[in-house]
Design a protein around this ligand. Structure first.
Ligand code: ADP
Ligand code: MG
Length: 335
């Protein structure tokens, strides 16, 4: 198989969350070439003629474009605008799902309308529904990778929340909103399309080990991108809980597969969930094209299922679909 791995066009010296697209691209190319495929990597540029020339040499497009001009949301638009015209199957979710899940408040609105639990939230400019007696986490509507998330993101009180949202918008751009901060356990559900059906891989609990009681329990920017930090060392993935808690496992499984159907996801995806204080699970966000680097959560879940990294990558390629197929799949999934 000739595989064109398209990644974000990253400037040298970009922060680690952006460099990650290159880490993934190289690991995936190495894995596929080791299995006898012919994989090449290239940065995404919004040039239809150049893309068409690259695609003419490939059987499958491996989509690792996470940002365009520094914007995560533009990556979804790029997929919508360009990939559908290339005429070759593309890994991951169809462009429609990238767009729908790329906007957190909008995807929460859809989840809530479909009866899938998600924490309460409030948006600028009117912050309707914001309560003064509950803690909130202020997060970006359209960026991911825990951008702008540190202890200061969790706060109580309208004035403090609005000030934080304004400061984060000034620092990172885009719209920032407030979401009810849930103190319960956190889970990541990795899903993989096998023959058109989303398979739920073993579910990881994110445990906060030795965590100071006065600090918010969040997987913030340092936990994800600064390996040596306290936050990274003390947020620990655990798969052992599931056999002891089959009901919770089934509830997480159901929420994640319902989210898959709701958004018409494809290929592979990861749903991040968090429990309320009473233990009820809710959906924080749906990640299309979640990180596929060998040390990230998706590969860890696949390994628990018995899929070595190269095998996982081959499965993602095997699940690649043409835009026409994904349109049909999206419709049937939403039924
Ligand atoms: N409502 C919430 N309550 C508690 N923790 C949250 C909440 N929203 C986000 N977090 C914490 O912040 C992390 C990142 O938030 P998430 O919504 O998954 O955004 P992303 O991963 O796209 O940056 C989560 O893994 C979780 O630890
Ligand atoms: Mg997340």
């Amino acid at each position: 198989m000739r595989v064109l791995i398209l990644h974000s066009d990253i400037a040298p010296g970009a922060p680690p969350d952006e460099q990650d697209t290159l880490v993934q691209a190289n690991a995936i190319a190495t894995a596929l070439n080791g299995r006898g495929h012919r994989a090449v990597t290239a940065p995404f540029v919004a040039d239809p003629a150049r893309l068409a020339a690259l695609a003419a040499e490939a059987d499958v497009l491996f989509n690792l474009v996470e940002s365009v001009d520094g914007s995560g949301f533009k990556a979804a638009e790029a997929a919508a605008l360009f990939f559908s015209t290339l005429g070759i199957p593309c890994t991951g979710s169809p462009a429609s799902a990238l767009v729908l899940t790329g906007d957190k408040p909008e995807s929460k609105r859809r989840l809530a309308a479909a009866g899938l639990a998600t924490p309460a939230w409030a948006m600028p400019p009117d912050w309707q529904g914001l309560r003064d007696d509950l803690p909130y986490i202020v997060k970006s509507a359209r960026e991911d990778a825990s951008i702008g998330l540190d202890d200061g993101a969790v706060l109580t009180g309208r004035g403090a929340i609005i000030a934080r949202a304004a400061a984060s918008a000034a620092a990172y751009g885009g719209l920032w909103f407030a979401e009810e901060y849930l103190t319960g356990r956190e889970f990541n559900v990795a899903l993989l399309d096998e023959a058109g059906v989303p398979i739920v891989l073993p579910i990881a609990e994110m445990r906060f080990a030795d965590w100071p009681s006065d600090r918010p329990r969040i997987v913030g920017y340092r936990a994800k991108w600064d390996e040596a930090s306290f936050e990274a060392r003390k947020t620990v993935r655990d798969f052992s809980w599931a056999s002891r808690e089959p009901e919770l496992n089934a509830a997480l499984h159901a929420l994640a597969t319902q989210a898959w159907a709701l958004f018409g996801l494809g290929g592979y995806a990861r749903v991040d969930l968090r429990c309320r204080a009473d233990g009820t699970p809710t959906i924080l966000e749906v990640n299309t094209n979640p990180c596929l680097s060998p040390d990230a959560g998706f590969a860890a879940a696949a390994e628990q299922q018995g899929y070595a990294y190269a095998g996982l990558v081959e499965r993602v390629v095997a699940a690649a679909h043409t835009p026409a197929q994904s349109a049909v799949r999206g419709r049937s999934g939403a039924d």
